[in-house]
Structure formats: C-alpha cells, structure tokens
Design a protein around this ligand. Sequence first.
Ligand code: SF4
Ligand SMILES: [Zn+2]
Ligand SMILES: [Zn+2]
Length: 362
Amino acid sequence: MVLRAKAMEELAPTEPFKRPAWPGNAAAMSKCKVCKAPAIIDLPRHNANFCGEHLQQLCRRQVEKAIKDFRMLEPGERVLVAVSGGKDSLAVWDLLVDLGYQADGVYIGLGIGEYSDESGGYAQRFADERGLTLHTIDLRDEYGYDVPTAAKATRRVPCSACGTSKRHLFDRAAHDGGYAVVATGHNLDDEAAVLFGNTLRWDIDYLARQLPVLPGDEHFPRKVKPLVRLTEREMAAWCIVRGIDYQVEECPMAAGNRHLGYKETLNAVEARSPGSKASFYLNFLDNMAPILAESRQTVVEGLGLCERCGAPTTAGGSTGPGGSTEGGAPRVCAFCRIVEKSAAHEPVPVELVTTQRNGRRR
Ligand code: SF4
Ligand SMILES: [Zn+2]
Ligand SMILES: [Zn+2]
C-alpha cells in the first residue's frame, strides 16, 4: 500500500512524543489494545493503540453508536452521501455500505480548477471500483457558473457561495432521487471547530442548529453526520487500511478559512488534554442542545418557499404599494440569487480569487 506523505502527516499524533506505529515504521513497537498484534495507530483520547482490524472495529462501532443515539437512519432507508472526493466523505460512504446501508453518492463539480477535476476523479474511481452509484452535478454545465466566479460575482468569500450552492444542490438531488436522507462526512474535528466558532460569537441561531441530525420535511431531506464521534486522523487511518485513495490536497479556496484556525487551536488543547475535543462537542449535544431547542423552533417556523425554485428559504419577500402583488420584491432563496449574479458574470479563474485572498491577508 502506498502511503503518501500528506496521508502520513494526517496520522501524525497530536502528542509529539508518540510516533504513529505504522508497520515498517521504526516506532511500531506498541501493541494493539485488543489483540496485541503490532499497532498501526495510537489514539491518546482512548488511551490505546490499535491494529488495522481493530481500528476498523472501533470506527464501525462509533458510527453505529452515532446512528443509534441520534436516530440518524431507519433500517432499509436509502441514503444519499454528499461526496467531495476527500477522506471523510469517502470514508462515510464506505462505512455506511460496510454497515449494510443502501447508500449512493452525489458529487458536485465546483469548477475549482485542477482541484475539482482531481476530486471528481477520486469520487468516481471509488464508486466504480466498488460498483456503487454516483450522481454527478456540474455547476458550470448545469447552472452556468463555478465557485471562483460566484465568489467574485457575489463579493462573498468562496466558502460562503460554495456552501450555499452545495447545500441547495444536495437537497435537490435527494428530493429528485427520492432519498429521504443526506449523509455528510463532517467529523468530530469539523463539528468541534464550528462549535468553537459559534461559541466565540455566541451565535444562538447557529448553535441551535448545530446538531448531528437535522430533521427533514416534505421540502428537504433529513441531514445526518455519522462521523461525529470520529476524528480526522481516525478517518485518514480508516481510508489507508481500507485502501481508499482520496484527494489529499486542500481546496485552494480554503486558505484563510476561520475553521482551519479553530482546528489548530483545538488540536493544541487536545495535545495537552486528550479527549477534550470529544467532551467539548459531545457534552454540548447532551447539555446545551436541549436548552437551545426553543430557538431552533423559531428558525424552522421562519421558513418560506423560494418563488423561483420552490426550495425552503429564510429569505423574505415584500408586497407592492398597498399590499398588491405588483411592485413587490419576490421571495428568492440564496442559491437562486447566486445563480442570477454568477451566471451573468464572465468566468473567473481560480488563481485570480486565491491571489486576491492571499494578497488581502498579507
Ligand atoms: S474549502 Fe470552501 S470553496 Fe473549497 S470546497 Fe470547501 S467550502 Fe467549497
Ligand atoms: Zn488488534
Ligand atoms: Zn430558489
């Protein structure tokens, strides 16, 4: 098995004095906690080392527990997995299939230059090699824009335009394909970093919605995050032991993303106090999420339907003078607004957006 440098980096422990105990590695002296075979990874938060087989067992159990505890999936339910070609989305797809769920994938071509071309290749090869169904949507071909162009046209940071587009299109793909549920590869590191940011700002709306399951209704599917009990490092290890080849490179638009900074901060805390990240996020779900339920209800009640595409939206519309329908502003969702501005804009190369962002940070 070929281990690429970045993949090994992802396996690097958060505690500097412990080395990843990969076979062939000089540090492979430790033993699996379960079977005493040579360990391939140390997991300080479990205070244990694991061989490849028992690492897989741990991952399966953590996903099963998340699915059961948060009532993510019903037996026999068809699941649509939002696939990016990165380790987490391919791992969650692999885990769901491995656990017996009928899971198909959907990939969105975001038009982020070579990064998107390569990511789509990883997603397609994963599906082909396993005989799985992958639906693909291309932003440029089907909606006349790509993420760099949307960032420029809407004057928003790329991740904002990208996130809005992805959420909308995953929902639509699920609706059109008859899937009641969309699964994403958000892991414990992702959720803890988002929670950290939301807590720094005490953003009650976002905190109220930061759940591993968001219920669906007749307009949009349930959203589930089966990896919330597993870390990035564990997912990188899962992919390596399962022979999953994935996009190792970061999206070029991610530079400057606040969540990367939050992850670094939380990793520093975790290195000093293993298990802190899991406590921070999982105790939030146990202790704070129930208290925030009332705010959540308010958000759901504020939803209306986009007058262009019919999707649920928090956007408001207005009536014309005297309450007439003439002269008022229509209720238009964020996605339709992005399409409107971006499709009319000249295509923008990735480099232009990344150079501008890098320049701004200096
Ligand atoms: S880093 Fe931002 S722009 Fe890149 S894929 Fe993720 S959300 Fe989209
Ligand atoms: Zn073992
Ligand atoms: Zn719309």
